[in-house]
Design a protein around this ligand. Structure first.
Ligand code: ZN
Length: 53
């Protein structure tokens, strides 16, 4: 079963744009002070960087 055409590349996750990571604001305390940004796992694709079907 030889294929002559390459399979299409997986669609990139629109949330993390294929990186598998997203930056999010880090907040602490009841006043929700933003203390900076942190990179976290993209929950849309679970870090795979590919768009879920
Ligand atoms: Zn993602």
């Amino acid at each position: 079963m030889a294929r002559k055409t390459a399979p299409p590349p997986p669609a990139k996750c629109p949330t993390c744009k294929g990186s598998g990571e997203v930056s999010r604001a880090v907040r602490v305390g009841r006043q929700r002070r933003s203390v900076g940004q942190q990179t976290g796992l993209c929950l849309a694709c679970l870090g795979s960087g590919e768009a879920a079907e």
